[in-house]
Design a protein around this ligand. Structure first.
Ligand code: FAD
Ligand code: MLT
Ligand code: ZN
Length: 475
Protein backbone atom coordinates (compact mmCIF):
# COMPACT_ATOMS: atom_id res chain seq x y z
CA UNK A 1 0.00 0.00 0.00
CA UNK A 2 2.61 2.53 1.11
CA UNK A 3 4.98 1.58 -1.74
CA UNK A 4 2.23 2.23 -4.26
CA UNK A 5 1.39 5.52 -2.56
CA UNK A 6 5.05 6.65 -2.57
CA UNK A 7 5.22 5.91 -6.29
CA UNK A 8 2.04 7.95 -6.85
CA UNK A 9 3.42 10.83 -4.79
CA UNK A 10 6.65 10.79 -6.81
CA UNK A 11 4.55 11.08 -9.97
CA UNK A 12 2.82 14.14 -8.49
CA UNK A 13 5.75 16.10 -7.01
CA UNK A 14 8.76 14.57 -8.80
CA UNK A 15 10.91 11.76 -7.42
CA UNK A 16 13.52 14.06 -5.85
CA UNK A 17 10.77 15.70 -3.77
CA UNK A 18 9.76 12.46 -2.06
CA UNK A 19 12.25 11.62 0.71
CA UNK A 20 12.24 7.99 1.88
CA UNK A 21 15.85 7.60 2.95
CA UNK A 22 16.09 7.74 6.78
CA UNK A 23 18.92 10.29 6.78
CA UNK A 24 17.04 12.59 4.40
CA UNK A 25 13.87 12.35 6.50
CA UNK A 26 15.59 12.86 9.87
CA UNK A 27 15.54 16.70 10.07
CA UNK A 28 11.77 16.65 9.49
CA UNK A 29 11.11 14.09 12.25
CA UNK A 30 12.68 15.79 15.26
CA UNK A 31 11.07 18.82 16.88
CA UNK A 32 13.04 21.99 17.69
CA UNK A 33 13.06 21.35 21.45
CA UNK A 34 14.28 17.78 20.99
CA UNK A 35 11.28 16.52 22.97
CA UNK A 36 9.63 14.42 20.21
CA UNK A 37 11.11 12.08 17.59
CA UNK A 38 8.62 10.82 15.03
CA UNK A 39 8.77 8.55 12.01
CA UNK A 40 7.20 8.82 8.57
CA UNK A 41 6.70 6.63 5.52
CA UNK A 42 7.98 9.56 3.47
CA UNK A 43 8.52 13.31 3.52
CA UNK A 44 6.83 14.93 0.51
CA UNK A 45 7.71 18.41 -0.74
CA UNK A 46 5.07 19.71 -3.17
CA UNK A 47 5.87 22.77 -5.26
CA UNK A 48 2.39 24.26 -5.56
CA UNK A 49 -1.24 24.21 -4.40
CA UNK A 50 -2.38 21.72 -7.05
CA UNK A 51 0.36 19.30 -6.02
CA UNK A 52 -0.66 19.66 -2.34
CA UNK A 53 -4.27 18.87 -3.30
CA UNK A 54 -3.24 15.82 -5.36
CA UNK A 55 -0.99 14.55 -2.54
CA UNK A 56 -3.87 14.87 -0.08
CA UNK A 57 -6.29 13.06 -2.38
CA UNK A 58 -3.78 10.23 -2.93
CA UNK A 59 -3.13 9.86 0.81
CA UNK A 60 -6.82 9.83 1.55
CA UNK A 61 -7.39 7.05 -1.04
CA UNK A 62 -4.58 5.09 0.59
CA UNK A 63 -5.90 5.85 4.09
CA UNK A 64 -2.56 7.35 5.16
CA UNK A 65 -2.32 10.31 7.57
CA UNK A 66 -0.69 13.59 6.59
CA UNK A 67 1.32 15.85 8.93
CA UNK A 68 1.78 19.33 7.43
CA UNK A 69 5.07 21.02 8.27
CA UNK A 70 6.47 24.50 7.72
CA UNK A 71 9.68 25.59 9.46
CA UNK A 72 9.39 22.83 12.11
CA UNK A 73 9.90 25.31 14.96
CA UNK A 74 6.75 24.28 16.87
CA UNK A 75 7.11 24.40 20.65
CA UNK A 76 4.28 21.91 21.18
CA UNK A 77 5.33 19.02 18.92
CA UNK A 78 2.65 20.02 16.41
CA UNK A 79 4.68 19.27 13.29
CA UNK A 80 6.22 15.96 14.42
CA UNK A 81 4.51 12.73 13.34
CA UNK A 82 3.99 9.92 15.81
CA UNK A 83 6.72 7.27 16.09
CA UNK A 84 4.52 4.59 14.40
CA UNK A 85 5.90 5.84 11.09
CA UNK A 86 2.86 5.40 8.85
CA UNK A 87 2.18 9.09 8.19
CA UNK A 88 3.38 11.23 5.31
CA UNK A 89 5.03 14.50 6.36
CA UNK A 90 3.99 17.17 3.85
CA UNK A 91 6.58 19.94 3.93
CA UNK A 92 5.49 23.30 2.54
CA UNK A 93 9.02 24.70 2.36
CA UNK A 94 9.29 24.46 -1.46
CA UNK A 95 6.22 26.72 -1.74
CA UNK A 96 8.09 29.93 -1.04
CA UNK A 97 6.86 32.40 -3.66
CA UNK A 98 5.77 35.90 -2.77
CA UNK A 99 2.89 36.12 -5.21
CA UNK A 100 2.02 39.82 -4.98
CA UNK A 101 2.87 42.95 -2.99
CA UNK A 102 0.37 45.83 -3.11
CA UNK A 103 1.74 48.89 -1.27
CA UNK A 104 -1.37 50.91 -2.12
CA UNK A 105 -3.84 48.36 -0.79
CA UNK A 106 -1.32 47.45 1.95
CA UNK A 107 -1.48 43.72 1.26
CA UNK A 108 0.96 40.91 0.39
CA UNK A 109 -0.08 37.57 -1.10
CA UNK A 110 2.29 34.70 -0.34
CA UNK A 111 2.75 30.94 -0.58
CA UNK A 112 2.42 29.21 2.80
CA UNK A 113 6.03 28.08 2.77
CA UNK A 114 7.52 31.58 2.68
CA UNK A 115 9.76 32.16 5.71
CA UNK A 116 8.55 34.97 8.01
CA UNK A 117 11.84 36.90 7.67
CA UNK A 118 11.43 36.92 3.88
CA UNK A 119 7.97 38.47 4.26
CA UNK A 120 9.38 41.13 6.61
CA UNK A 121 12.10 41.94 4.04
CA UNK A 122 9.70 42.03 1.09
CA UNK A 123 7.44 44.41 3.01
CA UNK A 124 10.43 46.64 3.82
CA UNK A 125 11.54 46.62 0.17
CA UNK A 126 8.07 47.93 -0.72
CA UNK A 127 8.31 50.66 1.93
CA UNK A 128 5.90 48.84 4.21
CA UNK A 129 6.06 46.78 7.43
CA UNK A 130 4.87 43.29 8.33
CA UNK A 131 4.83 43.32 12.15
CA UNK A 132 4.81 39.64 13.18
CA UNK A 133 8.14 39.10 14.94
CA UNK A 134 9.38 36.13 16.96
CA UNK A 135 12.63 34.39 17.81
CA UNK A 136 12.16 31.74 15.07
CA UNK A 137 11.46 34.27 12.28
CA UNK A 138 14.46 33.09 10.28
CA UNK A 139 12.98 29.58 9.93
CA UNK A 140 9.25 29.60 10.65
CA UNK A 141 6.87 29.91 7.72
CA UNK A 142 3.72 31.94 7.16
CA UNK A 143 1.70 28.71 6.93
CA UNK A 144 2.99 27.61 10.33
CA UNK A 145 2.42 31.10 11.75
CA UNK A 146 -1.19 30.91 10.55
CA UNK A 147 -1.73 27.34 11.68
CA UNK A 148 -0.55 28.24 15.20
CA UNK A 149 -1.96 31.78 15.22
CA UNK A 150 1.52 32.92 16.21
CA UNK A 151 1.99 35.81 18.63
CA UNK A 152 5.52 37.08 19.28
CA UNK A 153 6.79 40.42 20.51
CA UNK A 154 4.56 42.94 18.69
CA UNK A 155 1.10 41.58 19.62
CA UNK A 156 0.61 44.51 22.00
CA UNK A 157 0.32 46.90 19.07
CA UNK A 158 -0.51 44.75 16.02
CA UNK A 159 -2.24 41.62 17.35
CA UNK A 160 -1.63 37.94 16.62
CA UNK A 161 -1.47 36.33 13.17
CA UNK A 162 -5.28 36.21 13.12
CA UNK A 163 -5.41 40.03 13.10
CA UNK A 164 -2.72 40.24 10.40
CA UNK A 165 -4.51 38.05 7.84
CA UNK A 166 -7.09 39.00 5.19
CA UNK A 167 -7.46 35.86 3.09
CA UNK A 168 -6.43 32.19 2.87
CA UNK A 169 -6.08 29.42 0.32
CA UNK A 170 -6.65 25.99 1.87
CA UNK A 171 -6.38 22.42 0.50
CA UNK A 172 -8.61 19.79 2.12
CA UNK A 173 -8.16 16.10 2.87
CA UNK A 174 -10.42 15.17 -0.07
CA UNK A 175 -8.28 17.12 -2.52
CA UNK A 176 -10.56 20.13 -2.89
CA UNK A 177 -9.06 23.65 -2.67
CA UNK A 178 -10.73 26.78 -1.30
CA UNK A 179 -9.46 30.02 -2.89
CA UNK A 180 -10.23 32.55 -0.19
CA UNK A 181 -7.37 34.86 -1.23
CA UNK A 182 -9.36 38.07 -0.97
CA UNK A 183 -7.55 41.31 -0.22
CA UNK A 184 -10.60 42.89 1.42
CA UNK A 185 -10.83 44.47 4.81
CA UNK A 186 -14.59 44.18 4.67
CA UNK A 187 -16.44 41.10 3.44
CA UNK A 188 -19.61 40.13 5.28
CA UNK A 189 -20.81 37.24 3.11
CA UNK A 190 -21.41 34.51 5.67
CA UNK A 191 -19.32 32.79 8.33
CA UNK A 192 -15.65 33.79 8.61
CA UNK A 193 -14.23 30.57 7.14
CA UNK A 194 -10.73 32.13 7.15
CA UNK A 195 -10.72 32.44 10.93
CA UNK A 196 -11.56 28.75 11.38
CA UNK A 197 -8.23 27.75 9.83
CA UNK A 198 -6.07 30.24 11.73
CA UNK A 199 -4.88 28.29 14.78
CA UNK A 200 -6.20 24.93 13.48
CA UNK A 201 -2.70 23.44 13.50
CA UNK A 202 -3.11 21.47 10.28
CA UNK A 203 -6.08 19.48 11.59
CA UNK A 204 -8.78 20.95 9.30
CA UNK A 205 -6.89 21.67 6.09
CA UNK A 206 -3.47 22.64 4.72
CA UNK A 207 -2.95 26.37 4.23
CA UNK A 208 -1.27 26.86 0.85
CA UNK A 209 -1.49 30.64 0.47
CA UNK A 210 -2.42 33.80 2.37
CA UNK A 211 -3.17 37.48 1.91
CA UNK A 212 -1.44 39.42 4.69
CA UNK A 213 -1.96 42.98 5.92
CA UNK A 214 0.90 45.44 5.52
CA UNK A 215 1.43 48.49 7.72
CA UNK A 216 3.21 51.83 7.44
CA UNK A 217 6.90 51.38 8.22
CA UNK A 218 7.80 52.74 11.69
CA UNK A 219 9.99 55.81 11.07
CA UNK A 220 10.90 56.29 14.73
CA UNK A 221 11.72 53.77 17.45
CA UNK A 222 12.74 54.21 21.08
CA UNK A 223 13.99 51.20 23.03
CA UNK A 224 14.95 50.82 26.67
CA UNK A 225 16.18 48.06 28.95
CA UNK A 226 14.80 48.69 32.43
CA UNK A 227 15.77 47.01 35.71
CA UNK A 228 13.15 46.57 38.44
CA UNK A 229 12.30 44.53 41.52
CA UNK A 230 9.56 42.18 40.35
CA UNK A 231 6.48 41.56 38.22
CA UNK A 232 4.33 43.98 40.21
CA UNK A 233 6.79 46.77 39.44
CA UNK A 234 6.76 45.71 35.77
CA UNK A 235 2.96 45.87 35.71
CA UNK A 236 3.01 49.36 37.28
CA UNK A 237 5.52 50.46 34.63
CA UNK A 238 3.31 48.97 31.90
CA UNK A 239 0.33 51.03 33.12
CA UNK A 240 2.39 54.24 33.20
CA UNK A 241 4.00 53.78 29.79
CA UNK A 242 0.62 52.88 28.30
CA UNK A 243 -0.91 55.98 29.86
CA UNK A 244 1.77 58.27 28.52
CA UNK A 245 2.56 56.67 25.16
CA UNK A 246 -0.74 55.17 24.01
CA UNK A 247 -0.55 52.91 20.96
CA UNK A 248 3.07 53.88 20.31
CA UNK A 249 3.84 51.16 22.89
CA UNK A 250 4.87 48.30 20.61
CA UNK A 251 6.67 45.76 22.82
CA UNK A 252 6.83 45.14 26.56
CA UNK A 253 8.89 42.03 27.31
CA UNK A 254 9.45 40.87 30.89
CA UNK A 255 12.54 38.88 31.93
CA UNK A 256 13.47 37.68 35.44
CA UNK A 257 17.04 38.07 36.65
CA UNK A 258 17.43 34.27 36.76
CA UNK A 259 16.49 34.19 33.08
CA UNK A 260 19.04 36.89 32.24
CA UNK A 261 21.71 34.92 34.12
CA UNK A 262 21.05 31.92 31.85
CA UNK A 263 21.29 34.09 28.72
CA UNK A 264 24.62 35.56 29.88
CA UNK A 265 25.84 32.02 30.67
CA UNK A 266 24.80 30.31 27.42
CA UNK A 267 24.53 32.91 24.67
CA UNK A 268 27.52 34.62 23.13
CA UNK A 269 27.75 38.28 22.00
CA UNK A 270 25.29 39.56 24.62
CA UNK A 271 26.00 42.32 27.10
CA UNK A 272 23.86 43.58 30.00
CA UNK A 273 23.57 47.40 30.11
CA UNK A 274 23.90 47.25 33.91
CA UNK A 275 26.85 46.40 36.16
CA UNK A 276 24.97 43.50 37.72
CA UNK A 277 22.03 41.23 36.97
CA UNK A 278 18.84 42.90 38.34
CA UNK A 279 16.03 40.98 40.09
CA UNK A 280 13.94 41.51 36.95
CA UNK A 281 13.96 43.56 33.74
CA UNK A 282 11.70 44.83 31.01
CA UNK A 283 12.55 45.50 27.39
CA UNK A 284 10.20 48.26 26.29
CA UNK A 285 9.93 49.62 22.75
CA UNK A 286 7.91 52.50 21.32
CA UNK A 287 7.49 53.07 17.61
CA UNK A 288 5.75 55.60 15.41
CA UNK A 289 5.05 55.74 11.68
CA UNK A 290 5.75 59.51 11.81
CA UNK A 291 9.33 60.65 12.09
CA UNK A 292 8.58 61.54 15.69
CA UNK A 293 11.87 62.75 17.12
CA UNK A 294 10.12 63.33 20.47
CA UNK A 295 9.58 59.58 20.87
CA UNK A 296 12.83 59.09 22.80
CA UNK A 297 12.00 62.03 25.04
CA UNK A 298 8.55 60.59 25.66
CA UNK A 299 10.05 57.25 26.70
CA UNK A 300 12.64 58.97 28.86
CA UNK A 301 9.97 61.05 30.61
CA UNK A 302 7.97 57.88 31.38
CA UNK A 303 11.06 56.24 32.85
CA UNK A 304 12.06 59.29 34.90
CA UNK A 305 8.51 59.40 36.23
CA UNK A 306 8.68 55.68 37.12
CA UNK A 307 12.09 56.14 38.79
CA UNK A 308 10.76 59.01 40.91
CA UNK A 309 7.84 56.78 41.93
CA UNK A 310 10.45 54.12 42.83
CA UNK A 311 8.90 51.66 40.40
CA UNK A 312 12.14 51.06 38.51
CA UNK A 313 15.73 50.64 39.72
CA UNK A 314 17.59 51.72 36.59
CA UNK A 315 17.10 52.18 32.85
CA UNK A 316 19.27 52.25 29.72
CA UNK A 317 17.75 53.96 26.69
CA UNK A 318 19.28 52.71 23.43
CA UNK A 319 21.44 55.40 21.79
CA UNK A 320 20.76 54.06 18.31
CA UNK A 321 19.79 50.91 16.40
CA UNK A 322 22.95 48.97 17.34
CA UNK A 323 22.32 49.26 21.06
CA UNK A 324 18.61 48.51 20.56
CA UNK A 325 19.65 45.33 18.73
CA UNK A 326 21.89 44.37 21.65
CA UNK A 327 18.95 44.78 24.05
CA UNK A 328 16.82 42.52 21.78
CA UNK A 329 19.65 39.94 21.64
CA UNK A 330 19.28 39.52 25.42
CA UNK A 331 15.56 38.78 24.92
CA UNK A 332 15.85 36.58 21.82
CA UNK A 333 18.58 34.45 23.38
CA UNK A 334 16.29 33.07 26.10
CA UNK A 335 14.86 30.05 24.26
CA UNK A 336 18.34 28.93 23.22
CA UNK A 337 19.67 29.47 26.77
CA UNK A 338 16.84 27.43 28.29
CA UNK A 339 17.49 24.49 25.96
CA UNK A 340 21.20 24.59 26.85
CA UNK A 341 20.54 24.87 30.60
CA UNK A 342 18.75 21.53 30.69
CA UNK A 343 15.45 20.04 31.57
CA UNK A 344 12.54 22.36 32.07
CA UNK A 345 8.79 22.11 32.29
CA UNK A 346 7.80 24.88 29.85
CA UNK A 347 4.49 26.70 30.14
CA UNK A 348 3.06 29.25 27.72
CA UNK A 349 0.14 30.71 29.66
CA UNK A 350 -1.91 33.88 29.49
CA UNK A 351 -3.96 35.48 32.22
CA UNK A 352 -5.70 38.88 32.40
CA UNK A 353 -2.86 41.41 33.00
CA UNK A 354 -4.58 42.62 36.19
CA UNK A 355 -4.26 39.09 37.65
CA UNK A 356 -0.69 38.42 36.56
CA UNK A 357 0.94 39.28 39.90
CA UNK A 358 -1.61 37.17 41.82
CA UNK A 359 -1.09 34.27 39.40
CA UNK A 360 2.70 34.34 39.83
CA UNK A 361 2.56 34.50 43.65
CA UNK A 362 0.08 31.60 43.79
CA UNK A 363 1.87 29.47 41.19
CA UNK A 364 5.31 30.05 42.76
CA UNK A 365 3.98 29.05 46.21
CA UNK A 366 2.18 25.94 44.95
CA UNK A 367 5.22 24.82 42.90
CA UNK A 368 7.62 25.37 45.83
CA UNK A 369 5.33 23.33 48.10
CA UNK A 370 5.15 20.47 45.59
CA UNK A 371 8.78 20.42 44.51
CA UNK A 372 11.20 22.39 46.71
CA UNK A 373 14.24 23.52 44.75
CA UNK A 374 12.57 23.67 41.33
CA UNK A 375 13.45 27.06 39.83
CA UNK A 376 10.74 29.21 38.16
CA UNK A 377 12.38 30.89 35.15
CA UNK A 378 9.93 33.43 33.83
CA UNK A 379 9.89 35.69 30.81
CA UNK A 380 7.49 36.76 28.12
CA UNK A 381 5.10 39.11 26.51
CA UNK A 382 3.79 40.68 29.71
CA UNK A 383 2.05 43.48 27.83
CA UNK A 384 -0.43 41.00 26.38
CA UNK A 385 -0.72 38.88 29.52
CA UNK A 386 1.39 36.03 28.07
CA UNK A 387 3.98 34.58 30.42
CA UNK A 388 6.45 31.81 29.62
CA UNK A 389 6.43 30.31 33.10
CA UNK A 390 9.18 27.69 32.93
CA UNK A 391 10.31 25.43 35.74
CA UNK A 392 13.92 24.29 35.73
CA UNK A 393 15.03 21.06 37.35
CA UNK A 394 16.55 21.67 40.80
CA UNK A 395 20.35 21.29 40.84
CA UNK A 396 20.24 18.26 43.17
CA UNK A 397 17.49 16.38 41.28
CA UNK A 398 18.19 13.76 38.61
CA UNK A 399 16.43 13.85 35.26
CA UNK A 400 14.21 10.85 36.03
CA UNK A 401 12.88 12.36 39.28
CA UNK A 402 12.25 15.65 37.53
CA UNK A 403 10.44 13.88 34.68
CA UNK A 404 8.22 12.20 37.28
CA UNK A 405 7.30 15.45 39.05
CA UNK A 406 7.00 17.65 35.94
CA UNK A 407 3.39 16.60 35.08
CA UNK A 408 2.36 17.41 38.66
CA UNK A 409 3.91 20.86 38.34
CA UNK A 410 2.26 21.44 34.96
CA UNK A 411 -1.10 20.55 36.48
CA UNK A 412 -0.46 23.08 39.29
CA UNK A 413 0.51 25.85 36.84
CA UNK A 414 -2.46 25.14 34.58
CA UNK A 415 -4.93 24.94 37.49
CA UNK A 416 -3.71 28.34 38.70
CA UNK A 417 -4.08 29.65 35.15
CA UNK A 418 -7.65 28.32 34.98
CA UNK A 419 -8.42 29.89 38.38
CA UNK A 420 -7.46 33.25 36.83
CA UNK A 421 -9.63 32.46 33.77
CA UNK A 422 -6.52 32.28 31.64
CA UNK A 423 -5.34 30.03 28.81
CA UNK A 424 -2.99 27.05 29.01
CA UNK A 425 -1.61 27.91 25.57
CA UNK A 426 -1.30 31.59 24.74
CA UNK A 427 0.61 31.34 21.47
CA UNK A 428 2.40 27.99 20.93
CA UNK A 429 -0.76 26.02 20.23
CA UNK A 430 -1.77 22.63 21.58
CA UNK A 431 0.18 20.29 19.25
CA UNK A 432 0.68 16.93 20.93
CA UNK A 433 2.08 18.52 24.11
CA UNK A 434 -1.21 19.81 25.50
CA UNK A 435 -3.80 17.43 23.93
CA UNK A 436 -4.41 15.64 27.23
CA UNK A 437 -4.96 18.98 29.00
CA UNK A 438 -7.75 19.98 26.59
CA UNK A 439 -10.33 17.73 28.29
CA UNK A 440 -9.55 19.35 31.66
CA UNK A 441 -9.46 22.99 30.65
CA UNK A 442 -11.92 23.31 27.72
CA UNK A 443 -15.68 23.22 28.40
CA UNK A 444 -17.44 20.09 27.04
CA UNK A 445 -19.40 22.25 24.60
CA UNK A 446 -16.13 23.67 23.20
CA UNK A 447 -14.75 20.17 22.64
CA UNK A 448 -18.04 19.05 21.07
CA UNK A 449 -18.06 22.00 18.65
CA UNK A 450 -14.38 21.55 17.74
CA UNK A 451 -14.91 17.81 17.12
CA UNK A 452 -17.96 18.65 15.00
CA UNK A 453 -15.83 21.00 12.87
CA UNK A 454 -13.10 18.35 12.60
CA UNK A 455 -15.74 15.85 11.36
CA UNK A 456 -16.89 18.34 8.69
CA UNK A 457 -13.45 19.20 7.31
CA UNK A 458 -11.56 15.95 7.95
CA UNK A 459 -14.15 13.17 8.45
CA UNK A 460 -11.61 10.37 8.20
CA UNK A 461 -9.25 12.03 10.71
CA UNK A 462 -6.25 11.91 8.36
CA UNK A 463 -4.97 15.44 8.98
CA UNK A 464 -2.37 15.71 11.72
CA UNK A 465 -3.93 13.02 13.94
CA UNK A 466 -3.16 13.22 17.65
CA UNK A 467 -2.68 16.99 17.54
CA UNK A 468 -4.89 19.67 19.08
CA UNK A 469 -7.85 17.26 19.59
CA UNK A 470 -7.77 13.65 20.88
CA UNK A 471 -6.99 11.36 17.90
CA UNK A 472 -10.17 10.32 16.05
CA UNK A 473 -8.50 7.99 13.56
CA UNK A 474 -6.68 4.71 13.97
CA UNK A 475 -4.46 5.46 10.96
P1 FAD B 1 5.76 24.15 12.14
O1 FAD B 1 6.49 24.02 13.42
O2 FAD B 1 6.30 23.51 10.94
O3 FAD B 1 4.22 23.67 12.36
C1 FAD B 1 3.48 24.20 13.42
C2 FAD B 1 2.06 23.62 13.35
O4 FAD B 1 1.39 24.11 12.20
C3 FAD B 1 2.01 22.11 13.23
O5 FAD B 1 0.86 21.62 13.86
C4 FAD B 1 1.92 21.89 11.73
O6 FAD B 1 1.30 20.64 11.44
C5 FAD B 1 1.07 23.05 11.30
N1 FAD B 1 1.36 23.58 9.97
C6 FAD B 1 2.55 24.03 9.50
N2 FAD B 1 2.40 24.53 8.26
C7 FAD B 1 1.06 24.41 7.95
C8 FAD B 1 0.25 24.74 6.81
N3 FAD B 1 0.78 25.33 5.75
N4 FAD B 1 -1.08 24.46 6.86
C9 FAD B 1 -1.63 23.87 7.95
N5 FAD B 1 -0.92 23.51 9.05
C10 FAD B 1 0.41 23.79 9.04
N6 FAD B 1 5.71 31.16 18.74
C11 FAD B 1 5.00 32.29 19.07
O7 FAD B 1 3.78 32.34 18.84
N7 FAD B 1 5.61 33.38 19.64
C12 FAD B 1 6.94 33.42 19.89
O8 FAD B 1 7.45 34.41 20.42
C13 FAD B 1 7.71 32.29 19.52
N8 FAD B 1 9.06 32.31 19.69
C14 FAD B 1 9.79 31.21 19.31
C15 FAD B 1 11.18 31.24 19.49
C16 FAD B 1 11.94 30.14 19.10
C17 FAD B 1 13.45 30.20 19.25
C18 FAD B 1 11.32 28.99 18.56
C19 FAD B 1 12.12 27.80 18.13
C20 FAD B 1 9.93 28.95 18.40
C21 FAD B 1 9.16 30.05 18.78
N9 FAD B 1 7.77 30.05 18.61
C22 FAD B 1 7.03 31.16 18.96
C23 FAD B 1 7.06 28.84 18.15
C24 FAD B 1 6.97 28.68 16.60
O9 FAD B 1 8.02 29.40 15.96
C25 FAD B 1 5.64 29.18 16.07
O10 FAD B 1 4.60 28.36 16.56
C26 FAD B 1 5.59 29.24 14.54
O11 FAD B 1 4.37 29.86 14.15
C27 FAD B 1 5.67 27.86 13.88
O12 FAD B 1 5.89 28.06 12.49
P2 FAD B 1 6.54 26.89 11.63
O13 FAD B 1 6.49 27.26 10.18
O14 FAD B 1 7.86 26.49 12.19
O15 FAD B 1 5.48 25.69 11.86
C1 MLT C 1 9.51 33.29 23.17
O1 MLT C 1 8.70 34.16 23.52
O2 MLT C 1 10.74 33.44 23.15
C2 MLT C 1 8.97 32.01 22.67
O3 MLT C 1 7.61 31.88 22.85
C3 MLT C 1 9.77 30.80 22.90
C4 MLT C 1 9.81 30.19 24.25
O4 MLT C 1 8.82 30.19 24.96
O5 MLT C 1 10.87 29.62 24.53
ZN1 ZN D 1 6.65 33.77 23.29
Amino acid sequence: MVTTLVARLAAIVGEKNVLVDEAAKAPFLQDWLGKYRGAAAAVVRPGGTDEVASVLAACREAGISVVPQGGNTSMSGGATPDPAGRAIVLSLTRMNRIRDVDPVGNTMTVDAGVVLAAVQEAAKAAGRFFPLSLGAEGSCTIGGNLATNAGGVAVLRYGTMRELTLGLEVAFADGRVWDGLKALRKDNTGYSLRDLFVGSEGTLGIITGAVLKLFPEPKARATAFVSLRDTSAALSLLARVRERCGDRLTAFEFITGDCLTLVLRHVGDVRLPFTQVPPAAVLVELSDSDDDSALGARLEASLVDAAEAEIILDAAIAQGATQARSFWRLREGISEALVREGRAAKHDVSVPVAQMADFIVAADAAVAAAAPGVRPIMFGHLGDGNLHYNLLKAENTNDADFAAVAPVLTRIVHDETARCRGSISAEHGIGQLRVADMSRYKAPIELELMNALKAVFDPTGLLNPGKLLPDMSNH
